[in-house]
Structure formats: C-alpha cells, structure tokens
Design a protein around this ligand. Structure first.
Ligand SMILES: [Zn+2]
Length: 361
C-alpha cells in the first residue's frame, strides 16, 4: 500500500461544497474539544470519539442546517481525529489538542462509493472531479481525505499498486541533470526545455506582482477593493504556472520511467543551496520536489529503479571522460572544458553523464 496525493481541479460548486465540508469538520472538532475540556474541568471521564458522535447527533446536528448539506463522514472523522489527538497527548507524543481556525489546515474525510478513471475521481456528494494528473485505474479505494493548501485542494488516499512490468532494453541507464535554463538534460543527449507559455506567464506574473505591491497600503488593516482584485489576478497566474510546470514534469518523468531500467538523479539539498539564491529559487521553481515525487511513484509503477546520488558527489565538476575534478568551475561556465584530456562538453550534459555512470557501476 502506498499513499498518493493529487491536486483536485474543483469547479465553483464543488469548491463551495468542499468549504462546507471543511467547515462542518472544524465545527464538530471544536465542539468536541470544548465538551472534553468541560469534562476535565468537572473531573469527569473524557468522552471517546464514539460518545462524542452520539452526543453530536442527538444535541448539535439539528441546530445547524448545514450539517445536513455534507457527508456524515466529515464530522464523524473529525471527532475520531480529536480522540486520536487526546490519545497521543496522553502518550506524550503530541501536545494538547487545540481549537482549529478557519482557513488554516482545512481538511475533511469521505468514504463510500469512490471511483477513479484516468484523470477523474468520483467522490460521494461531489460526483466526478477532475484531477490534475492522470493515474492508472485504481480500484478499492475505501476512503479519502481532502485538504487545502493556499487556494489548492488535494485528495489523498491509499492504493495498492500493481506494477506494470516493462521489459527495458538492457543497460538502459540514464542520468538526469535538472537545470535553470533547460528543464532537464539527459545523459543520452536529450533535453527537455521549459515550455514557452511557462516563460510568458512568468514574465506576466512579475508585472502583476509589481502592480500588487504598488496597491498595498502600509499600516492599513483593510486594503482597497482594487488590491484584492489584483491579488486574485496574481493567484490565478500562480495557478496557471503551476499547472504548466506540472504538465512538463509529467512528460519528463513518464519518458524516464517508461524507457529506462535505472535512472540516476542528484539529491539536491535546497537548504544547502540557499546560499546561492538564484540557483536555489530555480530549483524550487523548477519543482525539484514535484519531479522526485512523480518519478518515485512512476518508477514503482513501471518497475524501473530510481537511484538518488549523494549530494556531495560533484557531478558538474568531474570530467565525464577522464575523471579529473575541476575545482574552479563556476555557474557561469556553460561549457565544461577539461584541461587534462581536452574534453569540451555542455556543462549539464557532462553532469548527467556522470550521474548515469553512478548506476552503471
Ligand atoms: Zn577530462
């Protein structure tokens, strides 16, 4: 069993419904926490998740219409979560449960008739929802949890993965160098470029962000209507860019995992990179984590092997021909020139070949 987390593309109606579910889950959780707090004050036994749910159905639900607009799983699981929270507190694993605030870690749970077809998922109460990526038909999903990060909603569930074994060509090893200008350079000479719309939207985003900061009024609690309008424009652009980037990464990770027995990538430590601001933002922006996430599960699907090479391995400094290490290589050097054997090679290609060599041996 492994778990998968995928972004949902909700329409407006579904978004409203998701907010309602998250709202009910939060309300039930906070109500339950209040009941438990009072029980402690009165030196009574703490009610369990089941006790709380019974009490909720008997005393609370009928007071609020919106409880009937959502799946009964949402409040039920929220109370179960609260129960787990208390158990963890008494085992000294976590802190005392806190009240949940609106908009912070919104989430809820659903179970029942769930289906997945290519890039759609069917959920109780919601019907068919578009997924941001295609997944293989998965059966027997019993429950899902839905959560929100910024303006994006995600679905998570556990699935049994069946490996679709591909017969790879023998010795089909490949090294991948992720870059700033080029999305990826492969040791077989192939390159994956950042797509044009991506660049166009990136430029647009800069302009719109500048407009936003001009509209910001310092020291004011409430900003102008125009400010919030502009904020929406910026958020939409962020979303578009994220979609384009994800799409490009899917093409890359599918190609890699379907055609190679072993794939070598570098373990880029973003924290260590932050000294070099330009490079680190490019790595974050290029979605290194997203790249690795996709590649990891696709390698499992197709039966290829992902090798993550130690980040102290100097893939760009070593000559892929003779092994000489060039200490004075700077980021500006786009071409690697080896003083020892005379090799002249694109810097990223040199790095990817070095990575590929790591899986051959
Ligand atoms: Zn050399």
């Amino acid at each position: 069993m492994k778990s998968l987390k995928i972004r949902l593309e909700l329409n407006n109606k579904q978004k409203t419904l998701a907010l309602k579910h998250a709202g009910v889950a939060r309300h039930a959780y906070n109500w339950g926490l209040d009941v438990c707090n009072k029980a402690f004050e009165n030196k009574e036994k703490r009610p369990t998740g089941i006790d709380l749910h019974k009490k909720l159905v008997a005393e609370v639900k009928s007071k609020y219409d919106w409880y009937y607009e959502v799946s009964k799983c949402a409040p039920q699981q929220a109370l179960r979560d609260l129960d787990t929270g208390f158990q963890r507190f008494f085992k000294k694993v976590s802190k005392y449960p806190k009240f949940k605030k609106k908009g912070r870690k919104d989430s809820f749970y659903l179970e029942g008739n769930i289906e997945v077809k290519k890039n759609r998922i069917k959920l109780p109460h919601f019907g068919w929802i578009k997924l941001s990526e295609k997944i293989k038909d998965v059966k027997n999903i019993k429950n899902v949890s839905i959560s929100r990060q910024a303006d994006f909603w995600f679905v998570s569930f556990k699935m049994e993965h069946q490996t679709q074994k591909i017969r790879f060509k023998k010795h089909s090893f490949v090294g991948v160098d992720l870059g700033i200008k080029t999305l990826a350079t492969l040791s077989n000479g192939m390159t994956f470029e950042n797509r044009r719309p991506y660049k166009i939207y990136k430029r647009k985003l800069k302009i719109e962000q500048r407009k936003l900061s001009k509209k910001f009024q310092k020291g004011k609690k409430e900003q102008s209507k125009n400010y919030y309008k502009q904020q929406k424009i910026v958020a939409k652009l962020h979303y578009k860019i994220a979609c384009i980037r994800e799409d490009a990464l899917h093409k890359l990770t599918s190609y890699l995992s379907k055609n190679h027995e072993k794939i070598a990538i570098e373990d880029l430590n973003v924290k260590g990179m932050s000294k070099n601001h330009k490079l680190s933002s490019a790595i974050l922006d290029g979605g290194f984590y997203e790249f690795r996430r996709q590649l990891t599960y696709k390698c499992e699907w197709y039966g290829s092997k992902l090798v993550v090479v130690n980040r102290f391995f100097a893939s760009s400094k070593i000559c892929s021909n003779c092994g000489h290490k060039k200490e004075n290589l700077t980021l500006k050097d786009r071409v690697y020139h080896c003083e020892k054997c005379g090799l002249r090679i694109d810097r990223d290609l040199n790095a990817s070949v070095n990575l590929a060599k790591q899986v051959v041996s």
